[in-house]
Design a protein around this ligand. Structure first.
Ligand code: B1M
Length: 209
């Protein structure tokens, strides 16, 4: 019987082969894809997120864990679709216009995926119009904006204003090294997160999922 605790450990250690092997065994044995996702993969990413928050692990460990999760997800995704399992919600993420930093944004995207969200990554240098068109196209409930430069932070406010001017109810989550909760409050963001693990908590809270 495939062991979900061992799958969780494989994700934490970033052991791709083990993660794929256990996922495949679980599917062959007829275990439900939702159970594998929730009890093996998501709990593993959740644990790595908590360790990252406490500075017990660093960026490379998170990236390796996320890669192991991605490999296992490739086996699981078709089964989840077959079973009609809905993601927690859809979030478009990107680094705002003028800003090319993407390491933090990528981590946030990976952690959100790891928590069961459908993540549409728009990359870097994303204009307000592009955020809006992608959110509309993918019927996203939220947009995640990252900025690493003090000079590009105002683009977050421009993006929020653009969403509001279109009358869209899309929740806006912001983050990045120079961004603060005060700034988020000032520009009317729905939420702010200081790190990738907290981004998951805040996304769940603002979307009520
Ligand atoms: Co740049 N850079 N950089 N840079 N760079 C910084 C940000 C800087 C602080 C360095 C410094 O001067 N000490 C400084 C900004 C100063 C300021 O404005 N306050 C700076 C500068 C000035 C520049 C250039 C202007 C330099 C130049 O050309 N003169 C230029 C700008 C280019 C542009 O964007 N238009 C530039 C270029 C670059 C590189 C291309 C060389 C490279 C980026 C490579 C890449 O991303 N693919 C780079 C890098 C690597 C850095 C540093 C060294 C590291 C950033 C990083 O990846 N951190 C950075 C100095 C530093 O931070 N020590 C610096 C690791 C990452 C995991 O952390 O991105 O903070 P971070 O993400 C965290 C949280 O912030 C949060 O979660 C993540 C994980 O915990 N988070 C979110 C991030 N996004 C979030 C979104 C959320 C929620 C949480 O919700 C949606």
């Amino acid at each position: 019987m495939a062991d979900m605790e061992a799958l969780k450990e494989a994700i934490i250690k970033g052991d791709q082969d083990k993660a794929k092997e256990i996922t495949s065994k679980a599917l062959t044995e007829g275990m439900g894809p939702e159970k594998i996702l929730n009890e093996g993969l998501i709990t593993g990413m959740d644990a790595i997120g908590k360790a990252f928050k406490k500075n017990e692990v660093y960026v490379p460990e998170v990236l390796i864990a996320a890669r192991a999760m991605k490999m296992a997800m490739e086996l699981l995704e078709p089964k989840l679709v077959e079973a009609g399992i809905e993601p927690r919600g859809t979030i478009v993420v990107g680094t705002v216009k003028g800003d090319l930093h993407d390491i933090g944004k990528n981590l946030v995207g990976m952690m959100l995926k790891g928590a069961g969200f459908n993540v549409i990554d728009l990359g870097t240098d994303v204009s307000p119009e592009r955020f809006i068109s992608a959110a509309t196209e993918h019927q996203a409930q939220a947009a995640g904006l990252s900025a690493l430069l003090t000079t590009t932070m105002p683009m977050m406010e421009k993006t929020i204003t653009a969403f509001k001017s279109k009358g869209m109810a899309t929740k806006i989550l912001i983050g990045g090294a120079p961004v603060t909760q005060d700034y988020a409050d000032k520009i009317g963001a729905s939420g702010y997160a200081a790190d990738a693990a907290t981004a998951v908590d805040i996304a769940k809270a603002i979307l009520n999922v």
